[in-house]
Design a protein around this ligand. Structure first.
Ligand SMILES: [Fe+2]
Ligand SMILES: [Fe+2]
Length: 421
């Protein structure tokens, strides 16, 4: 029997600045959660650890080649984070295979992982890893070397073939969503593996909710839920030669270890300066912002809340909003941006910029309840620091401590004292 430990969509950022734009993609928590996962992997003692893409959450500015950003620094940080993932994989003491997803940066990924084989034996199995990329319209296609690799694998198959295909995007089942999740040529891939002699197991990531495994002809396929999101799920497959394939899904559970309190800092005024009139979407950090975050982090967990419809980001699209926040965290330097989470949110009734993220974006009244739940805390253990009277009222209604900071822009001592309660 061969055992495969499948984990996907880490969306890690450690050297990379800031946070994924989605609240539940806990990029900065990933190193600690991967450490915790090591123990679970050791207990399973798999024959292979497979990570199917989105290893990092590379800022969109680099993925898009957006001018006006320090892309060289982001690339260096991505390299450092790929090395972190590689050191973690090597530390497991088990064979492993990885492949890139749409949030990975191909050149940096290749520097760290490019020399790894894309086919390897695993007990009685053969494992193939397919490096595929999104093309026009965010639609992934299996083309070029990846397609040739796939064609060779299919052509070489016989009744004895028992293999596993690892890829980022979905082949089946269909998932109805406004962003393409399946390969543009998924019908062709599905038909080929369904009809080919032997047996195939296709393991995908990308769709963070995951899917059930579905049988299509001679192949079993589906997507594992994203490890970066609570409750941090993974799957273990046990494959008997000529026998059944058993799947078990498990999860690490809590994202954060208990701290006495959670401080939510509402960005405007407390972390950034008022916007200049007519400026492009841009966040200007206060000069003492890094010290404010460090001071709050000494008291417990810290989450940054940032309103989308503030004057400085009000016209930004969802992607522009992420550019602005990534640049803001990057400007802080490598020692800052160490808040535990970032919650982008809208006031009640406000319309979001052009495209919504996959998860519902927080609204003002949800700020305290959603973050308290994420950190496994009662709202009474939450302190919300905000200069906005309506947000303060919403925080009080949710049960959080909300000190009155309404007298202008408080200095660092006043902010830390207010959080210390
Ligand atoms: Fe992902
Ligand atoms: Fe993805």
């Amino acid at each position: 029997m061969a055992t495969i430990f499948h984990v996907t969509d880490l969306h890690l950022r450690q050297a990379l600045p800031g946070h994924a734009g989605h609240l539940h993609r806990l990029s900065r928590r990933m190193p600690a959660l991967l450490d915790a996962l090591s123990g679970r992997i050791a207990a399973v003692a798999p024959d292979l650890v497979a990570v199917t893409g989105d290893l990092l959450d590379v800022p969109h500015a680099l993925l898009d080649g957006e001018p006006g950003h320090d892309l060289r620094a982001i690339t260096q940080a991505a390299l450092a984070d790929y090395l972190l993932v590689r050191r973690w994989l090597d530390s497991l003491g088990r064979p492993w295979m990885v492949l890139p997803g749409n949030h990975d940066h191909g050149p940096a990924f290749d520097v760290v992982f490019g020399s790894e084989p894309v086919t390897r034996p695993c007990g009685h199995l053969t494992i193939h890893a397919f490096h595929d990329w999104e093309q026009a319209g965010n639609q992934a296609l299996r083309i070029g070397p990846s397609r040739r690799h796939f064609e060779q694998a299919i052509a070489a198959s016989g009744v004895e073939t028992d293999e596993v295909h690892l890829q980022h995007f979905l082949v089946r089942p269909h998932v109805d969503y406004h962003y393409p999740l399946l390969y543009g040529d998924a019908d062709d891939i599905a038909r080929r593996v369904a009809d080919a002699p032997g047996r195939r197991l296709l393991l995908s990531g990308h769709w963070h909710e995951g899917t059930p495994m579905v049988q299509v002809g001679n192949a079993l396929m589906g997507a594992c839920p994203a490890f970066c999101e609570p409750p941090h799920r993974f799957r273990v497959f046990r494959i008997d030669p000529g026998g059944p394939i058993a799947m078990e899904e498990d999860a690490l559970g809590a994202s954060f270890t208990a701290a006495k309190q959670l401080t939510i800092v509402d960005r405007p005024g407390l972390l950034t300066l008022p916007p200049a009139d007519g400026a492009a979407p841009r966040l200007v950090p206060r000069s003492d912002m890094a010290r404010i975050i460090a001071g709050l982090a000494a008291q417990g967990h810290v989450a940054i809340a940032s309103p989308w419809h503030a004057p400085e980001t009000g016209t930004a699209t969802w992607r522009g909003l992420q550019y602005a926040h990534d640049a803001f965290f990057q400007a802080l330097g490598s020692d800052a941006g160490q808040a535990d989470a970032l919650s982008l949110y809208l006031p009640p009734g406000a319309q979001p910029g052009r495209r919504l993220p996959a998860e519902p974006i927080s609204r003002e009244p949800d700020l305290v309840p959603r973050l308290a739940a994420l950190f496994g805390m009662a709202p009474a253990a939450v302190t919300l620091l905000t200069l906005d009277p309506a947000r303060r009222a919403a925080g009080i209604a949710a049960g959080a401590a909300c000190p009155d900071l309404s007298d202008g822009m408080p200095d660092i001592d006043a902010i830390l004292a207010a959080a210390g309660r």
